[in-house]
Design a protein around this ligand. Structure first.
Ligand code: IPD
Ligand code: CA
Length: 262
């Protein structure tokens, strides 16, 4: 299977799943959400979308394994694992905010080799094959220029553990006071894709879930963005945290995080 075939096969699958989810989003009412934990909700759309994506992808790759946010692992032994977040940004979804996405990454022997993110309401499809650059709706994402410090906009997410939330809040406070802005857009996948395209300058996530970031990390890397853990090591699927930014500002971001941790 050539690398480029992943794109050809997954594009119609992710777009169809996105369109089905979008139709449900139009009529969605918050009372239909179910609490997953104190800070997390889930909807029938998350579950149905994951089931459908796995069913469709399996038709083409029957020997591959899957890891989805809602149903966990199936066939962990395969060298190929599809890492799926059926709806990244479920809270946004539930409040009729259009910033939610479907995120699919493919890992081969523990390394992400293909990533694709679809934002159905905005009809934006981001993708990357390893070592082949990153694309948005068919156009190659070009490396972008430095932004003036006073114009920088940072983003953040956080895992559900209290210590991760606290670090994210302290970081938010620091950046909010010093940069143009710091925001939580509510979908880690979209935030990584936005760093890749230069719409925002950085993202940090203490306690990142791999289904939220697998595809976005590759897309950002392939767009020329540095993607690391909080010690500055290259990010991988085992990293607890993730930071993504252009190389000219990454050192500053990691320094801020280290200071907050000490
Ligand atoms: C969440 C989003 C959010 C991030 C959370 C994630 P979900 O994913 O990516 O931006 O702050 O850590 O859990 O639950 O909407 O798929
Ligand atoms: Ca999700």
């Amino acid at each position: 299977m050539k690398k480029n075939n992943y794109l050809k096969i997954i594009t119609p699958i992710i777009k169809r799943a996105g369109e089905n989810a979008r139709k449900k989003w139009l009529r969605f009412n918050r009372s239909q959400s179910v609490m997953k934990s104190q800070t997390q909700i889930v909807t029938a759309v998350d579950r149905d979308t994951e089931k459908e994506l796995i069913k469709q992808i399996k038709k083409y790759f029957p020997s591959h394994g899957f890891l989805g946010e809602e149903y966990g692992y199936s066939d962990k032994k395969s060298d190929f694992i599809w890492i799926i977040d059926p709806i990244d940004g479920t809270t946004n979804f539930s409040i009729h905010n259009p910033l939610w996405s479907i995120s699919i990454g493919l890992a081969y022997k523990g390394e992400i080799i293909f990533g694709i993110i679809y934002v159905p309401v905005l009809e934006e499809l981001f993708w990357a094959n390893i070592k082949q650059g990153a694309y948005l709706n068919g156009l190659k994402i070009k490396p972008h220029h430095k932004s003036e410090k006073s114009k920088q906009i940072h983003t953040f997410c956080h895992g559900s553990k209290k210590k991760d939330l606290k670090l994210a809040l302290e970081y938010y406070r620091q950046q909010k006071l010093n940069a143009l802005d710091c925001r939580q857009l509510g979908s880690a996948a979209i935030e990584l894709a936005y760093v890749a395209t230069g719409r925002v300058d950085s993202i940090i996530i203490p306690g990142a879930n791999i289904w939220d970031v697998a595809a976005g990390a590759l897309i950002a890397q392939e767009a020329g963005i540095m993607v690391t853990d909080f010690k500055g090591n290259m990010w991988n699927l085992k990293s607890h945290d993730i930071a993504a930014a252009r190389s000219d500002i990454m050192a500053d971001i990691l320094k801020k995080i280290q200071k907050l941790k000490s």
